[in-house]
Design a protein. Structure first.
Length: 627
């Protein structure tokens, strides 16, 4: 499954009921609860609990084994290494035969190739039970390490744009598609907290294609869900627009068994009025039964002087080199059909996962992401020389494009001045500041010189940008709404009548998407439209947060209410405060000794959209405290 590798690697989407353990122990019941939490993807909370068990019972083989597993799932390889070293040295009656391989893999992914190779040799010499997946990884590790010193590196010299602040959320934001200089399409899994998951809520955990408007000053402003593309109950993402601006290709996935995704590539026709029509699944040649096809990139290349439409995509179908390979299919304009796909070959496909294909505007460089070739760790961006559909000369892009984290979805603007990647590197807006989810970053070319021939290259996509926002944004009738509302601060502390001068950090994006805050724990509880009443589900989630507060024992907790753009400013301010007070009142009944401070957040930060799904994101109370 290659549509969203983040979901497969970090399957926390099904997390509905969180159990906070107040008295860690090594009982069978306790470990069962932790394993259940891990199965639902709650690795962050599992690590916290397992570390507490380990501090009390340092020799617990089971606790250390589960801790190592969760750290590996969170890609915290450096932290996982000492855990597996301890497990390997610990003498037990029935040791896990694959512990040494897990240590090897963690060392390999953290860049300690010498130790990884030594332990891989020991692992092979121990003749462990056969496991096809591990044997494939062993071969991949040994091959990559043997080639690491002779690895060709590209000559690109990019720098990361530190002034570019994309409104990333705490979950995955990826697959960036800039539309000229005034709009942006990207894929996202929005909703910012593990604790706020409500089982059964329609489309809560699905990926959506979103559209952002970019203001003249470069800031992101208006947000909207792309109409007709985001089908309820499905994951929709990875978009690609044809050069003539008339066709839009994207991935649509459904949830399969054991957390896997069933993905297929769809096409939509873009009308002049901005609407999407004739949305249909591509034929069986592209979407082969029992296999997934995803991450389409549709472009036009020249072969022997003739134009050729080509669809590059990722698939796990038979005939490849590894887990996910990059394939291509040509399009016959007269017959209006795609050919049987061809594998892109060993230059871009490995025994691992090879994904997110992209061909630059000149047609001379092909970019992709892979974890199967020697690199800097995790998934890295590679390039290959392109001559039409013939690819050769694979090279690894150097730092800072690649890091020890995962990089994917390389996108270069037509003029070559700058581009975008998705990465979970340091600085990404991650859940609880742990490795989790990709964010969108921008890079620039310091040697870029404007070329008059490419100034108009993006004109078509600028016109497409107008097509994607199909409805005008709401117009405020409240005369007071024109001015930016001030934040309302009420110091109401439970148990103590003391005021606190500290004011909660304000969001710095109009989209209400918080930047990473390394010093805070943030939890959210959502409300129904026009309501300040805690539902049964909300109370259940709040109970989990209260249990966490009891364990963490912060000196002060901030409770901030928020509201969407519907209604007048005065009404929304009142509703936001009522929501905050409702949460505070519920917490007060728990007889917590922690001080609570209520407030209303800056309502000028609410999402400017008419979409009901997006409006629901602003009906919440944020509960936060210092770590």
């Amino acid at each position: 499954m290659s549509f969203l590798i983040y979901i497969i690697t970090f399957p926390f989407l099904g997390l509905g009921e969180l159990r906070i353990f107040q008295n860690p122990d090594t009982s069978e019941k306790h470990f069962y609860q932790i394993e259940t939490l891990m199965e639902k993807g709650g690795h962050i909370l599992a690590v916290e609990e397992l570390e507490k068990i380990k501090s009390k019972f340092p020799q617990s083989y089971r606790a250390n084994k589960l801790l190592g597993k969760s750290l590996m799932a969170l890609q915290q390889y450096e932290k996982a290494i000492p855990v597996y070293e301890f497990l390997y040295a610990l003498k037990v009656k029935k040791p896990d035969p694959y512990v040494l391989f897990q240590l090897t893999f963690a060392q390999y992914r953290s860049g300690d190739y010498k130790s990884a190779l030594e332990n891989l040799t020991k692992f092979e010499a121990g003749r462990p039970p056969f496991n096809a997946s591990i044997w494939a990884d062993m071969k991949n590790i040994r091959t990559n390490i043997s080639q690491i010193n002779s690895l060709p590196t590209g000559k690109e010299r990019y720098v990361m744009d530190t002034n570019f602040v994309f409104p990333n959320s705490s979950y995955a934001d990826f697959s960036p598609i800039p539309l000229g200089d005034s709009a942006f399409i990207f894929s996202t899994l929005r909703h910012d907290n593990l604790v706020e998951k409500i089982p059964g809520e329609v489309n809560f955990n699905t990926i959506k294609l979103l559209h952002y408007k970019i203001r003249p000053d470069g800031r992101f402003d208006e947000i909207s869900v792309i109409k007709n593309i985001n089908k309820a109950g499905y994951h929709n993402g990875n978009g690609s627009i044809s050069k003539d601006g008339k066709r839009f290709f994207f991935t649509r996935c459904s949830d399969g068994e054991k957390g896997k995704l069933n993905c297929a590539i769809y096409e939509a026709e873009i009308k002049k009025d901005g609407s999407f029509h004739n949305i249909h699944r591509l034929n069986e040649k592209i979407n082969k039964r029992k296999y997934s096809a995803s991450q389409p990139y549709f472009t036009t290349v020249k072969v022997n002087g003739n134009e050729l439409d080509v669809l590059f995509f990722t698939s796990n179908r038979r005939g490849g080199f590894g887990k996910n390979d990059i394939w291509y299919s040509t399009y016959n304009r007269k017959k209006k059909r795609f050919s049987a796909p061809f594998n892109c070959g060993f230059q871009v496909n490995s025994t691992g996962n090879d994904e997110s294909p992209f061909l630059d505007e000149s047609g001379q460089k092909f970019y992709f992401s892979s974890d199967g070739f020697p690199g800097m760790g995790g998934k890295d961006i590679f390039s290959a020389k392109a001559n039409g559909i013939m690819l050769s000369g694979r090279e690894l892009l150097s730092s800072p494009i690649n890091s020890s984290g995962d990089e994917s979805y390389f996108y270069l603007l037509p003029d070559g001045s700058s581009g975008f990647i998705a990465s979970n590197r340091k600085g990404a807006n991650l859940l609880d500041q742990k490795y989790c989810c990709e964010d969108i970053f921008r890079f620039t070319n310091p040697e870029y010189k404007p070329n008059p021939k490419t100034e108009k290259a993006d004109t078509i996509k600028k016109e497409v940008e107008k097509a994607i926002v199909s409805q005008p944004l709401p117009v405020k009738t409240d005369t007071t709404a024109a001015a930016k509302p001030t934040n309302i601060q009420i110091d109401e502390l439970i148990g103590l009548n003391v005021s606190d001068p500290k004011i909660q950090n304000q969001l710095n994006s109009k989209s209400n998407i918080r930047e990473a805050q390394t010093d805070k724990v943030i939890r959210k509880v959502y409300f129904a439209k026009n309501s300040d009443i805690l539902t049964t589900k909300a109370k259940g989630l709040l109970n989990g947060i209260i249990a966490e507060i009891k364990i963490k024992k912060p000196k002060e907790v901030s409770i901030s209410g928020f509201a969407d753009i519907k209604g007048s400013l005065a009404y929304n301010q009142s509703l936001a405060l009522k929501r905050a007070k409702a949460v505070k009142s519920y917490c007060a009944k728990q007889k917590l000794k922690t001080m609570f401070k209520t407030s209303a957040k800056d309502l000028g930060l609410a999402l400017q959209t008419e979409d009901n799904d997006m409006l629901s994101l602003d009906r919440f109370v944020e509960i936060s405290w210092k770590k």
